[in-house]
Write a new protein. Structure first.
Lengths: 212, 212, 212, 212
DNA sequence: GATGAATGAGGATTCATTCAT
DNA sequence: GATGAATGAATCCTCATTCAT
């Protein structure tokens, strides 16, 4: 086949995959995870069921593609932020902003990807690595912050988990509760919380005590 | 029917429901969410499949019962803590400890209840109210803390969400990652984090800035 | 459950399996191997497709049941003949008669079982053991015949294969061509052939020669 | 179209058919009967799936072509042997040798053609005629042998079936069991068996008796 | 004539729910 | 009330065949 024809074919293929991806996302959004059947995806994409299998060998592969397609831009942005020469706090803020904004944009998919265990089961490895990657990234930035003396010394990994948790739940909140909470406010709150907690000046943490 | 007979019947009924509940939890734990079939529950409970339908009109009702039954003790403990006369920080710590410990104990069910969207979809209302209740409770305690001058002034509801997020992700971490992180350490970390954040003494929060 | 109830249940179950077996045989006979779909079996049996799965875990199990059910009586009769105290030639004759008669009776199934590689693939182990068993049985009888001095000395196993082949092809012929050849004649022919071959008295076998 | 162009076209067409035939044989050999999909044949042939349909109206036609192409050389050789002026026993030996050797060479196709009922179903008429032809050919030779006084008088057709059966099962054995039995030995055994059977000198065939 | 994407009927299997006993 | 067999819609996947380019 000529080079040109080949390139054209590749293009068409990737457009189809894209279209199927979008159909899958739509179905996901409308019916929830367990509602993602190949039939519905096909119908939504306006193609025959069998055609899906010309582009994805099976359902799992389709879901993985959806995952990848959704997560990749996030990952890229985050990497760019990570490797910039901003101070740690600005990096954190930027990353968290990225997350919130993406979620705002792709609500349905994110719900599916991050909250549905059926999917998470299938995408176990993808998910685990995704989360691990995120936490690791945060940990790197936190380590930088500690070095910059803007964060207290401590285990960057543990801190990263805590921050990740806070941010993630806020995402959850965004996803499930609707967002009456404006994004900028949200970001500021999370960062503030992360930095200073809620204790009044001079207050001391209680000793964590064994239950009675 | 005589009163006595009626009471006896109620008793039998509730024992059956209890038994079915336990079977459901076992199946949940062993097979995961998608593995919860009425067949398996019936077999585990040692009753005929049809009998399940004498106690629950359908599968959803059974799952709701499981949810309720699982969450109720938590709710009760939390209420008791809420209404005790401990200082706010102790209350928070106690509640969070309750959560972590419960999760440690009932891993399988909690995964199902809190992480599986298939379930969460079905149990949407239960879930929403559960979360709302938890956040509200935290908010109440935080308000108390503000009044006690141990927490900075602020919107208790927003703070509650942030804390909830931190705690919840730690639960997630417990649930999915296994718990190499010892519970006491975890609790102290969360509370510490909640109170003081990670900023070094004297460091200032960055102004949250619009993305260029 | 009472012993009685249990026995009754077993009875019903085995009657159902029997009915499904017969339906499968009918479908097999009418549509050939590749025509044996669970749908058709269910329809022929007059039950819902799902019901088949109450009696057989999957299609393979059903086919294996058909195989077993078909072959077992044959095996039993053959064993009885084998262990009787008849002279070798009579045993052979009796066994071959058994085969021909069974085949005459169960045409469709035998075609499926012995001639269809799709089935033979699935039932590989059953088949192999079946054939091996048959040949072994023949070999045993032939060894007996050699001892009785009615058969020439030689490798009983090789002789058994040859006899098996002759008989089997005659079965094939019966199965596919219809049987204008009366059974008694057939049996006599096979036995005669097996004993004396076709050479005229005094004729000598040619030396098997390499192809020029 | 000019005569030349037409002839050229015919040539191209038959080369394509040949190529497809070979691809089909390869697929057959590698994947077994049920693995012969038009996709695989096309891929193996290095042409597009649709192109197959320019040369064969449908799958059946392709399989028939495969059958024909495989069997034809056999038929030709057999005809040549039949019409040679060898004595009957040598003709038989030569034909049987041809069969065994072909089978040894084209294992996969033969398994498909002779043992798989899915195929045999499709190729019923081809098969029947093939077998009929083979038997007829054997019968002709046997008639010759009777005339030559090397075979006992009898129905040549019945004898032919018996011989065919013996030979065919040996082919089966070759095909499924692998061939620890060397071909020359096999041929000699079959011919010997065919000529003299297994009876010891002086032994008499039992009277074929009615079952009790 | 070649291509290969699109099609859609069909096949095996699962499972919530019903209902006769 | 208990039982568990029966049901059939739903689900994933396959593959011969068609047809626009």
């Amino acid at each position: 086949m000529s080079d040109l024809a080949e390139r054209r074919k590749d293009l068409v293929t990737s457009m189809m995959k894209e279209a199927i991806y979008e159909a899958a996302v739509d179905v996901l959004t409308e019916y929830g995870t367990n509602g993602v059947t190949m039939d519905r995806v096909a119908e939504q994409a306006g193609v025959a069921k069998g055609s899906l299998y010309n582009y994805f060998p099976n359902k799992l592969a389709l879901l993985q593609f959806v995952h990848e397609k959704t997560v990749e831009p996030l990952r890229e942005k985050a990497q760019r932020i990570l490797h910039s020469d901003l101070p740690a706090t600005h990096k954190l803020e930027a990353i968290i902003r990225t997350w919130f904004e993406s979620i705002d944009e792709h609500r349905g998919v994110f719900v599916f990807l991050f909250m549905d265990l059926t999917a998470r089961e299938l995408l176990k490895s993808e998910e685990a690595s995704g989360r691990a990657e995120a936490v690791e990234m945060l940990a790197t930035i936190i380590a930088q912050g500690i070095e910059e003396n803007v964060f207290r010394p401590g285990d960057p990994n543990r801190m990263a988990w805590l921050l990740y948790g806070t941010a993630k739940e806020m995402c959850d909140l965004q996803l499930t509760a609707g967002n009456e909470w404006p994004i900028e406010q949200l970001i500021r709150d999370v960062i503030d919380f992360f930095l200073h907690g809620v204790a009044a000046a001079g207050a001391r943490a209680p000793r964590a005590t064994k239950r009675h």
